[in-house]
Design a protein around this ligand. Structure first.
Ligand code: NAP
Length: 328
């Protein structure tokens, strides 16, 4: 039986770690990139991976990408820091791209597809209680990104219901942190980068449920290998942590502000700073999700969040993305 795995979005933060995990476990890996320009960079970073071109927005390349694969791990999806001009900029590639991948995979006889969704597909409109895989976001109460993830995951489940010949499992990660593999601070580690970069008078009281990118890579492999994972979604995220708590962890090794900024000040700054506008929505809100199902079904474990935070910081320093960090 083929041991070839296709990982979509091979240039991504998550995909890089997923590919490393798969190669380490002896799988052969093919990855998609959406432009040849990206391929050289990815090939240098992840030697041993075969790369093919395919864009979520077009049919070209997907049939060739899945040919001969036993598994497909679909991680690619637009994940921008800012708010798009129109929500369809995120929704169309997310939904149509997921369907393109699934259609090609089903036609090629792929055994199982694992889709990377998000807790954004679970939380929208459901705050204030412990959330599980039984919860779904209300798209009327989602921002464009959360809507794109919710609609893409729903489209994947609908497709799987109509195509029993293909197995589907879904991973719903929280905020992903952990070491970066190249000199790019993606959307989810940018908060840690900003703290280390200096210039912040204090820390906004934002809360999030984090997961380490290395643990998440293992979860993707387990969802691919575990027979009972089929037809299941798995939340992968730890207990809620606030930015001030995160800053205090960083302060063990780095000079960073740890004082919590008053919410009114963050709201005021959002009037002039577009980056703060997204953050305002999360002020004081607690992300409480349970990863018990992944622990139980997949035998999945998470490292302590302090290790993830400090390893993220160390990697940002290694790639010189934070200027002249001063040890505390
Ligand atoms: P990332 O580093 O931005 O990676 C996204 C990947 O998707 C990149 O390879 C990107 O290619 C690719 N992509 C975007 N639009 C595409 C298109 N139209 N056609 C083909 N490829 C396209 O983000 P990430 O953090 O690794 O995210 C990976 C997955 O995890 C996504 O599905 C995201 O929604 C999900 N997720 C992330 C977080 C988080 O905190 N990071 C949390 C929950 C879920 P380029 O390099 O060419 O742009």
């Amino acid at each position: 039986m083929s041991d070839l795995v296709l990982v979509t979005g091979a240039s991504g933060y998550v995909a890089g770690h997923v590919i490393q995990e798969l190669l380490g476990q002896g799988y052969r890996v093919r990855g998609t990139v959406r432009s040849a320009a990206r391929a050289a960079d990815v090939a240098a970073l992840l030697p041993g991976v075969e790369l093919v071109e395919a864009d979520l927005g077009a049919d070209a390349g997907w049939d060739a990408a899945v040919t001969g694969c036993r598994y497909v791990l679909h991680t690619a999806s637009p994940f921008p820091a800012g708010v798009p001009e129109h929500e369809d900029e995120l929704i169309r590639p997310a939904v149509d791209g997921t369907l393109r991948v699934l259609r090609a995979a089903a036609a090629a006889g792929v055994e199982r597809v694992v889709v990377t969704s998000s807790i954004a597909a679970i939380q929208g409109g459901n705050e204030g209680r412990l959330l599980t895989e039984a919860d779904w976001s209300d798209t009327a109460r989602c921002d464009a990104y959360a809507k794109s993830k919710t609609l893409a995951e729903r489209a994947a489940w609908d497709f799987a219901a109509e195509h029993p010949e293909i197995e589907l499992a879904v991973i719903n990660p929280g905020m992903i942190i952990g070491p970066i593999l190249r000199a790019e601070a993606g959307t989810s580690v940018d908060g840690i980068r900003a703290l280390l970069a200096g210039g912040m008078p204090g820390v906004p009281r934002l809360n999030f449920a984090a997961v380490d990118v290395r643990d998440l890579a293992v979860a993707h492999r387990l969802a691919m290998e575990t027979p009972g994972a089929v037809n299941n979604r798995y939340i992968c995220a730890g207990a809620a942590i606030s930015f001030p708590e995160l800053a205090r962890i960083l302060a063990q090794r780095y000079r960073v502000p740890t004082r919590a900024l008053p919410d009114w000040l963050v709201r005021l700054s959002a009037l002039v700073n577009p980056d703060a506008r997204t953050a305002v929505r999360y002020l004081g809100r607690k992300e409480t999700v349970s990863a018990d199902k992944a622990r139980h079904d997949l035998n999945w474990t998470m490292r302590p969040v302090a290790d993830s935070v400090l390893d993220t910081a160390d990697s940002l320093v290694r790639f010189a993305l934070v200027p002249a960090p001063q040890p505390a």
